[in-house]
Design a protein. Sequence first.
Length: 237
Amino acid sequence: MYSIFIGFLIVWLFCFYLVARTCKPRKIKKINLVRLLSRVSIFGALSAILYITPFLKFPLPIFPQFLEIHFDEVPLFIAGFAYGPLAAILATVVKTIIKLPFTSTLTVGEWADLIYSIAFIVPASLIYQKRRNLKGVFYGLGLGFIVQIIVSLFFNIYLMVPFYMFVMGFPKEALLAMAQLANPKITNVEWSLGLYAIVPFNVIKNSIIIAITLLVYKSSHNLMIRFEEKNYPTCQG
């Protein structure tokens, strides 16, 4: 566990270096790295709180129990809209580091969530950088919605599910039986699991996250603009 924590910390520091290198301030010539670090850490910590709080995450009865709805990506989206995609990646890594001591999957779930969150948030942040308005938010969230579903489908089928069974010593038959308790139409832990569980689950989860993000964005849009222009430089990728 210690080596994994160090690995995540190295990744986080590397991402922070990339943010510092690629940020182009609008009104000041030198970015305040301490302020950037503190803001990103706040969003990452808030995301981690939403991730690990028991009553803020829950499974759906029509899907296997290991698929849970949680809301940690909402503050990550706000970080991405405010400071750019690299800052959103940093906040995602912060969330993952905080979550590690609470892992129940020997970090397999944390790695998966890191990948899926980045696939969801980065496309939206990139689009919003080019179109800083509500239409840009819609386009970005729509693209992130599609990318995340595709990435989660293929990563689960070819990497995460096999890796989970290997690390946890979980037989394929046991995982299939667990999935079939929720949906008898699932006949294998590859494409059948992906099409009957992974894809529809992520469609529902992503829709919930997008709806909440839009509500938060709409109510805080003016505040975000003032914060970017007056108090903090905007990261341009």
